[in-house]
Design a protein around this ligand. Sequence first.
Ligand code: 8IG
Length: 277
Amino acid sequence: MSDAPRNLLDDPTADPFDVALRAANQIAERTGVERHEIALTLGSGWGKAAELIGETTATIPAHEIEGFSRPALEGHVGTLRSVLLPNGKRALVIGARTHYYEGHGVRRVVHSVRTAAAAGAEVMILTNGAGGIRESWSPGTPVLISDHINLTGDSPLEGATFVDLTDLYSARLRAIAHSIETDLDEGVYCQFRGPHYETPAEVQMAKTIGGHIVGMSTALEAIAARQAGMEILGLSLITNLAAGIQSTPLSHLEVLEAGRDAEPVISALLARIVGAL
Ligand code: 8IG
């Protein structure tokens, strides 16, 4: 038996929105900031943006907040930060992502997004490291997410909760991103369950059904963000070409390296986008 404290979200009778509200209240108390207008989840390759977007006024180990867990993966930072933006707004920077492949259930996956909404965020920026299907994308290319295909077979919505996902990735926010970086490409993000990377045949399937990016995180989070009424901006850092698109095998090390190399450039881009919101 593990002696780690149990997570409230693992209790099926707990209301996940209630847990998110408790988390948001704890964040308000720990940061001294009543309301965070913008939230960002920083995936692999995007971490440096936290320093560039503004002044960090509080840093909290995420696992000290209700419903959050310790980071499962090296290269993922388990902190929540409150950042004061130059325009006076407050951003909640989430460096702690629970992935679907960890097997803790979708409630744990989307808890950070629901917490951000409960903390007052109206804009949710979701970033990730991902594989690229377009051959013109070299590792290190940032791509705007225009839409997604959720291949997990799961949903963060429970019961007969029908949520419209038209314009899930806000055209308004994408236009702002384009005004900052005119040659930013867009693509459809396919979320696979992982943690294995795709087979080349699966990548071809994703391409055939209209996908351009393959990843393991963002679609489920975006659905929960929309349910919570937030406007969503999604950005992928292409850290590798998807399996079979490149001739060499994929390695997690390669992914981390591409992320590290691109980090200063894409983080500066994200900081400029945040500054324009
Ligand atoms: I970084 O090639 C990263 N994440 N599914 N496929 C999937 N997720 C990824 C990939 C990839 N690269």
